[in-house]
Design a protein around this ligand. Structure first.
Ligand code: SF4
Ligand code: SF4
Length: 241
């Protein structure tokens, strides 16, 4: 497409910490967080009016005049429709099994004594749940390390009822991606409470560090209730961060 001289947003990646405040400020959806940094999705989506600039706490945004594709209203409409569709079925892997769903958890344990599932949503992985998922909105949130549900079978009886859960491993997955995603969850979904369940092993503490950084980036002062689980399936420590 031919380029014209016009005003357009410029993002300083050195200053940007990926807080995502510009993403929601931009009604055109022209900015998205990619690998922990704000990025202009496409030149034709930016109207050059700078609605996002005042939202950036890091001074990472400015309007410059340069050659760029012309602003395109139709492209914006198509892009926003695509974003809405992704929010309703946001699959990083493209698998229909990860479609966002909310449902009523199982009732009381059946007669044979099986533990009922308290899960009321899908998906559950931090990387698969979009911050815009309706079930996250003003929810009581449980963020759990991947190993917790295996080590602590009582999770469905004692930690999960009434909560929405996000799970992930701070050891194997990219911390920066988790920080950006959780900051966006805190900012967009505004949860009522956050409980963090981690394993007693030192590597798992990383999830508390990630969540604290996400809280800082989101400008959230929501307290974090932390439950530390032993490999033998006991809650060995409870903290408040
Ligand atoms: S608002 Fe946050 S994500 Fe957007 S440019 Fe500024 S620091 Fe980066
Ligand atoms: S950090 Fe370690 S204990 Fe925690 S979820 Fe990952 S592998 Fe499991």
């Amino acid at each position: 497409m031919a380029k014209i001289m016009r005003k357009i947003i410029e993002i300083d990646e050195e200053l940007c910490d990926g807080c995502g405040q510009c993403v929601t400020a931009c009604e055109e959806g022209a900015i998205q967080i990619v690998n922990g940094k704000a990025r202009l999705v496409s030149e034709k989506l930016c109207d050059g009016l700078g609605a996002c600039i005042g939202e950036c706490p890091r001074g990472a945004l400015r309007i410059v005049e340069r050659e760029a594709e012309a602003f395109d209203h139709h492209a914006v409409e198509e892009h926003l429709a695509r974003l809405r569709a992704e929010a309703e079925s946001p699959l990083a892997c493209g698998c229909p099994g990860s479609q966002v769903r909310e449902f009523t958890p199982e009732g009381p344990a059946p007669a044979k004594g099986e533990i009922p599932s308290a899960l009321s949503q899908w998906p559950v992985q931090i990387r698969l749940v979009p911050p815009t998922a309706p079930f996250l909105r003003e929810a009581d949130l449980l963020v759990a390390a991947d190993c917790v549900p295996v080590a602590y079978p009582e999770l469905h009886l004692r930690l999960l009822p009434g909560k929405k859960i996000l799970i992930g491993c701070p050891k194997f997955d990219p911390a920066e991606e988790y920080v950006a995603r959780l900051a966006e969850v805190l900012r967009v979904a505004q949860p009522r409470s956050v409980t963090l369940a981690i394993m007693e092993v030192p590597c798992c503490r990383g999830l508390a560090v990630i969540l604290e950084e996400a809280r800082r980036r989101a400008g959230s002062d929501i307290p974090l209730e932390v439950k530390v689980i032993s490999p033998r399936g006991e809650i060995v420590r409870e903290e408040r961060l």
